[in-house]
Design a protein around this ligand. Structure first.
Ligand code: NAD
Ligand code: UDP
Length: 408
């Protein structure tokens, strides 16, 4: 049966250039495009480990994948490779995921962060605009920065209402009472509130915001067909790395991998500044459905900025740590530790210049209206499948490193 878009028109196979295809989101997007669509992918990255299963023939069967010939890997660094423009010209659509996007880098490698998120993304926008090609660019929810509520005095009654996570039903009622404009983040209405320049944490958000503004201006003045995606904490298998196993020993990945690493090594989870910040987590497989809708419904996605997340999965980082501890014990069969969390200061954990987003609740009006998308998976369920994957993938390797004799 012919595949049709949301307006009932047949979907033609297209060639898509995915920059950053070898990363966490890129690998899941490639999985989806290969398994469920007829599209062809030019996968651009400096790494290919996370999409190796798509590129190499299936082990032991002597055959080929059903998608063989529809995915081509191009190992290149977009900072300095003249092949990039050719790949964009060859494709109907470019999706740019390439970025330095781990908070531990924002304050310690601010120059690399700004170059990666603005300077290196700039030619991609230019090539798409000059060659009249569609662009889907990955920005971040961090462009909203901190909420207005976080600037209210600590004992202000409105702050108590705005910043306290409670059950979803009461939460909605309370937010409505307090006025959504103070804390729900809306693409076409909310301001972007960053900390001062010496808080270099905001180098990432600021670079992402400038590239968003550049695309918007290219759209307005030169007719660029762009879509901006603002992911709100997408998590799942293959996110980041486990330090000392498939990444540097001293590296600090995002919170899912940090906590997974602690659980795998049976050490307490570190709560930065008490783990009071709040996040909404969405399962990568739900979020990828939204990206596919954008790809296949250009008339509904062009010129739009989309928040993509799950407002029903809001927790403090401390609550996330507690839930992950419980879920991991269930999937691994290992008993709980007596002390399963410890507090660390952000200065100790991330160094000078760290700052944090206090709360990220997304408004979903635009994505509901344009694409009819909403997320399905509850936090417990997505943690259960993700931690099952982490345990299966890493537990043995961790055990081996922990029993290794020290070289004399
Ligand atoms: P990721 O780090 O797993 O993937 C990024 C990929 O880009 C990596 O494979 C990396 O090798 C590649 N890359 C970086 N610089 C490159 C270069 N110069 N040349 C070629 N390849 C390069 O990150 P992710 O979680 O998949 O995020 C993808 C995008 O989504 C990023 O732009 C990020 O800012 C944005 N985002 C993600 C989240 C999330 O929840 N995962 C949240 C906010 C924003
Ligand atoms: N965090 C933490 N312990 C860790 C890693 C992260 O308490 O081991 C906190 C971090 O300070 C932030 C939240 O978890 O408040 C989410 O961090 P992440 O790196 O996933 O990225 P962010 O959502 O800030 O972009």
């Amino acid at each position: 049966m012919a595949r049709v878009d949301l307006d009932g028109n047949p979907i033609e196979p297209m060639k898509i250039c995915i920059i950053g295809a070898g990363g966490f989101i890129g690998s899941h997007l490639c999985d989806k495009l290969m398994a469920e669509t007829p599209h062809t992918v030019l996968a651009v990255d400096v790494y290919s480990d996370k999409i190796k299963h798509l590129l190499e023939p299936p082990p032991g069967q002597g055959g080929a994948h059903p998608w063989a010939g529809r995915i081509q890997f191009h190992r290149l660094n977009i900072k300095h490779d003249s092949r990039l423009e050719g790949l964009i010209k060859m494709s109907e659509l470019t999706i740019n995921l390439a970025a330095i996007c781990t908070p531990a880098d924002y304050n310690t490698r601010p120059l690399d962060t700004i170059y990666s998120n603005f300077v290196d993304a700039f030619p991609v926008v230019k090539y798409c605009s000059e060659n009249t090609k569609r662009l889907i660019h990955f920005s971040t929810c961090e462009v909203y920065g901190k909420t207005i509520g976080s600037f209210l005095p600590k004992d202000h009654p409105l702050r108590q209402v705005l910043l306290r996570p409670v059950s979803h039903f009461f939460y909605i009622l309370q937010i409505q009472k307090a006025g959504t404009r103070f804390c729900v983040l809306k693409e076409d209405a909310s301001p972007c509130i960053f900390g001062p320049i010496e808080k270099q944490r905001w180098s990432y958000a600021c670079a992402k915001q400038l590239i968003e503004r550049l695309m918007y201006a290219e759209g307005a003045e030169n007719g660029l067909d762009f879509t901006i995606v603002r992911p709100f904490n997408w998590i799942g298998p293959r996110m980041d790395f486990i330090p000392g196993i498939d990444g540097p020993c001293e590296g600090i990945p995002r919170v899912l991998a940090c906590f997974s690493n602690n659980l795998l090594r049976r050490e307490p989870l570190k709560l930065v500044d008490g783990g009071q910040s709040q996040r909404t987590f969405v399962y990568i497989k739900d979020a990828i459905e939204a990206v596919l809708l954008m790809i296949e419904n250009p008339a509904r996605a062009n010129g739009q900025i989309f928040n993509v997340g799950n407002p029903n999965n809001e927790v403090t980082v401390k609550q996330l740590a507690e839930m992950m501890t419980e879920v991991y014990s269930k999937v691994s069969g290992e008993p709980l530790l007596k002390v399963h969390t410890i507090d660390v200061s952000s200065k100790e954990f991330y160094g000078e210049g760290y700052d944090d987003s206090d709360k990220r609740i997304l408004d979903m009006t635009i994505i509901n209206k344009q694409l009819g998308w909403s997320p399905k998976t509850l936090l417990w369920d997505l943690l259960e499948s993700t931690l099952t994957y982490q345990h299966r993938t890493y537990a043995q390797a961790i055990r081996r490193t922990m029993v290794k004799p020290i070289a004399s």
